[in-house]
Write a new protein. Sequence first.
Length: 425
Amino acid sequence: MTIKIDFKSHLENLKNQDQEVYNAVMGEIQRQENTLELIPSENVVTSAVMETQGSVLTNKYSEGYPGKRYYGGNQFIDKTETLAIDRAKKLFRAEHANVQPLSGAVMNIATYFGVLETGDTILGMDLGHGGHLTHGHPITHMAKVFNFVGYKTETDKDGIIDYDKLRAQAIECKPKLLLAGFSAYTKTLDWKKFKEIADEVGAMTMADVSHIGGLIAANVLENPLDHGFDFMTTTTHKTLRGPRGGLILCKEKYAKAIDKSVFPGLQGGPLEHVIAAKAVAFKEADSEEFVTYQKQVLKNAQGLAKGLMENGVTLVTNGTENHMCLLDLRPQDLKGKIVEEVLDEVGICTNKNAIPDDTASPLNPNGLRIGVPVITTRGLNETDCEVIGKLIADVINNIEDETTHKNVSEVVSEICKKYPLYTNE
């Protein structure tokens, strides 16, 4: 998919008013165009989403909810937010949707405060094993409010979740909320087992599907709501390919508590230009084109994994079942920071990431996290991704060889030209 935007006219006012910011924006356009973006939490929105987010809707204050605002003049804002709500419910087969969360962190925090009391126990994935900061890392404010307990993956079993151990841990700590979800885990989650464990210990269930929200929307991965989960949260960017923001989906019996927790509990005025852009993205996701795209995401991830593993790179879980790969760089005696930096120099953008039970610093871990949403949006196929996997392996296996770097950079440049991201046509 090529994003059709006439950047010259689109940014003309900015260029005339603020040359410094204009230069930075134009620089970012060129970086995106000439780089293979492999950060799995990123994607590229359509022209329609971008236009909506940059529309006059940004001028309106709309505290409250459709039909119940604290400001006048919201008759059209109510229409766009209601569209976003209805489309989200349809897309994910949800009883209730709150489209106002400003981010992924906000949506998770709002869910906690909506249904839990101070000191309640939340059992979620340990950050060092693929979880997220908002799932209970001690550095976060939430860890001072709730009692987070972390479950881990099995490093001696290809880094997968052992559901028998998870059940035993749940029986021991008796969580009020069992949280399933990840930011760096490459297997599918067994929603049915999570629900069975939660039911056994009397816990509510929450799935943070921020990374795989688009794959779930397209029904190429299972929907936890279909398995009776009480809550499902997802960012609206990443695989969902919408504007940056959050979304809370839940059973109707929790609707009032969730809405009250988002506003006025946690946020003030919602970003209605972003909410309208979410509505556009939800409509885009409810299409055959989007299903085809998400199926290709899975194929491309498999191609990327194949290219890496066949050329000597170790992957946590020995492959992938979603949109990302987690590389273990210990066999090459490398750290994620240096590999990220060298790949960036040759036009491949990635991000360093901890592997399970990583003994290295989070700022210089033993792993690297990569994914295919952006390059799939650009139109690359699984064969292309296999080639990219080999290119990454070449860099890793020849980290100090400038000739290799030069050769890889030239191939990356050709791939970017073959699959342009933006056009002024």
